[in-house]
Ligand binder design. Sequence first.
Ligand code: SF4
Ligand code: SF4
Length: 252
Amino acid sequence: MTERAIKLCSDNGFNVIADMCLHKHNQHTLRESVNHLASLGAYFVRIGGIHNTESWKENNEAENSLTFEELFTLYYDYLPHFFEDNLPVSLQFGCFFVYNHHNPNEFYIPGYMEHQKPNDCICGCARTNIYITPEGRVLPCMPMAGTIVHDKMPLIQEKGLAECINNSFWLNIVNLRVRDYLAANDECRNCEYQEKCSVGCRADALETYPDNYMGKSPILCTFIKGGWPEKIISLMKKIKPEAECINLKLKG
Ligand code: SF4
Ligand code: SF4
């Protein structure tokens, strides 16, 4: 059914974004799955690990989630195959890697912010995306649903959409800057890696620190401290030397 929908949409000129979560039972299918989604006409494939939500844990599946290191290793080992397969599809691995097949000589590492400045927004994607819940609440993104900020977000039927995005708690959250985050988080403010770190997705952070909107993102922290950005840049130099890392271009 989903496959038919992807094909139908793509055959009719829609750009299809396909999301996939990796866990212990399907990790071996990564290459095959990306190839299959590309063959169906998907335009962009986004891959991530499992969010350990209550329903995932209730079904005793938590033990089947991959650790951050396992996930990064899986991505890293797969990258040479992605370029070998020469697919007409764009790819994102969370904070790890983004490749747009329309700009084949560039790649981007979302979690790595060599160019980070205090005035950078901490929720970059919220500048271009919005999520409206079934009840009519305006959220920065879908993963914010059910978090501590959910009920504070404005309702369209009460304020109207223009007011919701111009003068509201939503705007305060979307406008938070790196300097606001660092002022609120002692560990990150004093961290030796801080200048390279994007300070992370708030939704990821809230999964571990549900009561602290300015908590640390454990997946990003593992990524930065594990030296993964440098490993990716060095791997890309070997497998696709003509591709430039956008993060380094934006530095300074
Ligand atoms: S998330 Fe981790 S690596 Fe990034 S600034 Fe905070 S402590 Fe440092
Ligand atoms: S919380 Fe994460 S997914 Fe949501 S807008 Fe911010 S960066 Fe994007």
